[in-house]
Write a protein of this length. Structure first.
Length: 368
């Protein structure tokens, strides 16, 4: 047993929540962002502003009725499986041969996983990466053995688990979307608070939303929760962190506050309470839906990706006939839910807690 432990340590195969639940999940979100999300943004920009090279079909795959034409954005989006797999492999410190071998593994897992493909890729890529690491540089024909083992292990396990994982993820996502439509008030609170807290925690809210396919009203509530955390922390800590902190948290990530939350968990109350208010307002009053790519639901104001996702959904709904036009109420809802209310509510709640002595001077200070 000791020899096995030493071998695993030498191969950097570490079975911990940090490695698989935080590092790999965060990498999954980055892979999603660099492929599916960027592709969606490029397509939207091309359609809305008439940018020819972004709307032009640059390659056609297949012939006859089965032919599929791809724009630049379409090609980027099509690489979501390989993108996630390689990102996860990088996070798991894979040797180069293992890392590159994850490209076909990610493609296969995403294809077999269907609508729940991203979650299937997450599971399969971890398994394949660790199998590849175990044999890497152990033989004289490493350039052959390592890729073969990685690809066979990955596609082999994908053939067994990708479809069930994808179906389960889709079912859970569908249930959340259905429940939010049925009970928009209570589910608005639950989804907004849960996804918002996941964004601030060192896990990936974007990956969770993508894995569950969180769109529609549930996606709107998720965006509300993420914005409440990011904008909330940015505004309530302005006296300590100034403009640098405002931008870093408001357009970057509220995860920067995690060390301070560990020291004083009460600082988490204002943005969380704000999310419990903006979530049901989004679902009940403004009927704010996020019908862009599901990953956008967990991004909040990070690069304004959440807002781009909402707008993309509006455009797609209009193109599909589900929506007549973008109204003033739509714009008002997005601005209030994503920016104004999180800022005002979090600032007010923080002011109260400062007066009670629950939040002290420099409790929100960042080392920027």
């Amino acid at each position: 047993m000791e020899k096995i432990r030493q071998f695993l340590a030498r191969k950097d195969v570490v079975f911990t929540l940090q490695r698989y639940g935080i590092d790999a999940l965060g990498a999954m979100a980055q892979g999603l962002f660099c492929t599916l999300l960027v592709g969606t943004i490029l397509n939207t920009l091309g359609q809305q502003f008439g940018i020819g090279f972004l709307t032009r079909i640059i390659v056609t795959v297949g012939k006859g009725e089965g032919a599929v034409g791809y724009t630049i954005g379409g090609l980027a989006s099509a690489m979501v499986g390989p993108g996630i797999a390689v990102a996860i492999g990088f996070a798991l410190h894979c040797p180069t041969l293992v890392l590159f071998s994850l490209i076909p593994v990610g493609f296969a897992a995403n294809a077999m996983g269907g609508a729940g493909g991203p979650l299937a890729v997450y599971v399969v890529a971890i398994f394949a990466a660790e199998c590849g690491k175990l044999v890497a540089k152990e033989t004289k024909i490493d350039i052959l053995v390592t890729p073969v083992v990685t690809v066979l292990a990955g596609i082999g396990i994908a053939s067994l688990v990708a479809a069930p994982i994808g179906a389960a993820a889709s079912a859970v996502g569908e249930f959340v979307r259905w429940a939010t439509v049925l009970q928009p008030f209570f589910m608005g609170i639950l989804v907004s608070v849960a996804v918002g807290m996941a964004l601030t925690l060192p896990i990936s809210s974007a990956a969770i939303c993508a894995a569950l396919g969180l769109t529609g009203l549930a996606g709107g509530a998720a965006v509300a929760g993420c914005c409440a955390q990011m904008v909330g922390f940015a505004v309530m800590s302005f006296r300590e962190n100034g403009w640098g902190g405002l931008v870093a948290q408001g357009v970057g990530t509220s995860m920067l506050q995690m060390p301070n939350i560990v020291k004083n968990p009460r600082i988490w109350l204002p943005p969380t309470l704000a999310s419990a208010i903006t979530g049901p307002l989004a679902t009940c009053l403004f009927r704010l839906e996020m019908n862009g790519t599901a990953v956008s639901s967990g991004m909040g104001t990070c690069g304004f990706v959440g807002q781009i996702g909402i707008y993309t959904g509006w455009v797609n709904d209009i193109a599909g006939g589900a929506k007549a036009a973008i109204t003033a109420m739509d714009w008002a809802g997005m601005v209030l839910i994503c920016f104004v209310l999180p800022a005002v509510l979090s600032w007010v709640f923080c002011l109260i807690l400062r007066k009670w002595g629950w939040i002290g001077e420099n409790d929100l200070k960042l080392e920027l």
